[in-house]
Ligand binder design. Structure first.
Ligand code: 6PG
Length: 513
């Protein structure tokens, strides 16, 4: 039996200081006097502002704030006198306001804006100081930036931050990379603001240079898969049982009391229950069915392709968003032949239970694939990533927080060298109890003509993984036929080629294309 995480305590932490006990700063301390701040936030859009407020609410922190448009800095300081912010009107003022080693967290747009701010900070910081990028940067950018900044003696830390605006304010999951030396200063500050799961702050030093942003990227890939799987579950239940969105919200609430318990299941129920004020329709029925994406899911898949790691569930989730957004093409294709729309399952309750099991099984595949990608990247980049720690810091604060992350941590604690997460005893048992329902759901979806790309590709991956023998042997034969690409044999060492255009005898080959 799984332990239950107290979900209502996702953001369990000490309260913000109340306005009447906090220092009043109707006139915020000027940065140009003495260095009074121990941490700075650069970039005061919603995420940056909330993170600054979170930092300021922790005992021992004095937070300097800077924004390119100074009025934003003034607005934040005026709106939150309890925070005791130190205003910096220029980067030099920001540097002057900070005790050494200076530590600044950048919360600006990924890409060029981040590079520009790093350059400015480097020009006013000194060796030993720490620049933290808290945006959703591409990990290869972080590796490049870390190497460049290191030349100056300044530390650069790419730190994944998950949890959206609410998480930034009340406790995010934090995934810092960078040097162990910088973590000695940064770690205690981050530990103070992180979400807490069963007494443990959701932060760890993930690994050097880009490791933190890499792990955040994979977090987002899993987020995409989880969201797509939930969407498919909703669609199948709605079309198979005729239940209304509000009734399906009740189903998700029920699921949220079991092994699927997670933030995404919880908010799904809330979205499904929402009624549009204008039309009186369920909101989900008036939202345009074209899913957006900021790119982190695509990065996860692109990187997996480079690493040669199959993340098919995540990839299908990314492609499903792309397909949904091709509105003109979809409009032109609605008359393509398919089964009639009239589909109704015989036993709604049994079908809903099958869908629940299919969702759990597919979700396990998404995590297993995501951890495979982390393992492969750790080898490629020389990162010492503790997989159980990664699952631990995802247990609260972040978007994919879920009850079963505890089972992932446990699985890696029992065997840190698991060949795949799905092979851990707990997950093997889960597969044994769910795979028949999963198959019934994929069959039903295919017969009814309802797209279930994440359910079905996850099942295909599962069956591919467990197969004794795959038709890849035939592909090797084809490759050897048209390109003399050679093959290995199951019965002896070496590389071989059949002389297809000659007498078709086999020869030993050295060709390795
Ligand atoms: C998080 C989220 C966040 C992500 C947004 C948008 O962990 O807080 O993953 O980082 O950027 O949710 O993602 P998409 O627009 O790509 O769906």
């Amino acid at each position: 039996m799984l332990d239950r995480i107290a979900w209502e305590r996702h953001f369990e932490r000490t309260p913000m200081p109340s306005a009447n006990t906090a220092p009043s700063n109707s006139t915020a301390p000027s940065a140009s006097t003495a260095p009074s701040a121990n941490i700075a936030v650069v970039g005061l859009a919603v995420m940056g502002s909330n993170l600054a407020r979170n930092l300021a609410s922790r005992e021992g922190n004095t937070v300097a704030v800077y924004n390119r448009t100074t009025s934003k800095t003034d607005d934040l300081i005026a709106a939150h006198p309890e925070a005791g912010f130190v205003k910096a009107a220029t980067m030099q003022e920001l540097a002057d306001s900070l005790q050494t080693p200076r530590t600044a967290i950048i919360m600006v747009k990924a890409g060029r804006p981040t590079d520009a701010v790093i350059d400015e900070l480097v020009s006013v910081f000194e060796p030993g100081d720490i620049i933290v990028d808290g945006g959703n940067a591409l990990f290869t950018d972080t590796i490049r930036r870390e190497a460049a900044v290191r030349e100056t003696g300044i530390h650069f830390v790419g730190c994944g931050i998950s949890g959206g605006e609410e998480g930034a304010l009340n406790g995010p999951s934090l995934m810092p990379g960078g040097t162990a030396e910088s973590y000695a200063t940064l770690g205690p500050i981050l530990t103070g603001i992180a979400a807490v799961a069963e007494g443990e702050p959701c932060v760890t030093h993930v690994g050097t240079d880009g490791a933190g942003h890499f792990v955040k990227m994979v977090h987002n890939g899993i987020e995409y898969a989880d969201m797509q799987l939930i969407a498919e579950a909703y669609d199948l239940i709605r079309r198979g049982t005729g239940k209304s969105p509000a009734e399906i919200a009740d189903v998700f609430d029920e699921w949220n009391r079991g092994e699927l318990e997670s933030y995404l299941i919880e908010i799904t129920a809330e979205v499904l229950r929402q009624v549009d004020a204008d039309t009186g329709q369920p909101l989900v029925d008036v939202i345009l069915d074209a899913a957006g994406a900021k790119g982190t899911g695509a990065w996860t898949v692109q990187t997996a392709l480079d690493l040669g790691v199959p993340v098919s569930g995540i990839a299908e989730a990314v492609f499903a968003r792309s397909l949904s957004s091709r509105l003109a093409q979809r409009a032109a294709a609605t008359d393509l032949p398919g089964p009639s729309d009239a589909w109704q399952v015989d036993d709604a309750d049994a079908f809903i239970e099958d869908v629940r099991q299919a969702l759990f099984a597919s979700k396990i595949v998404a995590y297993s694939q995501g951890f495979d990608e982390i393992v492969a990247a750790a080898v490629e980049h020389g990162w010492d990533i503790q997989k159980g720690e990664v699952a631990r810091i995802w247990r609260a604060g972040c978007i994919i927080r879920a009850r079963f992350l505890k089972d992932i941590t446990k699985a890696y604690a029992e065997d840190p060298d698991l060949p795949a997460l799905i092979l851990a005893p707990y997950f093997r048992a889960a597969m044994a109890s769910t795979h028949e329902a999963w198959r019934r759901v994929v069959v039903a979806a295919a017969q009814a003509g309802i797209p279930s790309p994440a359910f079905s590709s996850s099942l295909a991956y599962y069956d591919g993984l467990r197969a004794d023998r795959l038709p890849a042997a035939l592909i090797q034969g084809q490759r050897d036929f048209f390109g003399a690409h050679t093959y290995r044999r199951i019965d002896r060492e070496g590389t071989f080629h059949t002389q297809w255009s000659g007498d078709r005898t086999e020869i030993a080959a050295t060709d390795t294309h």
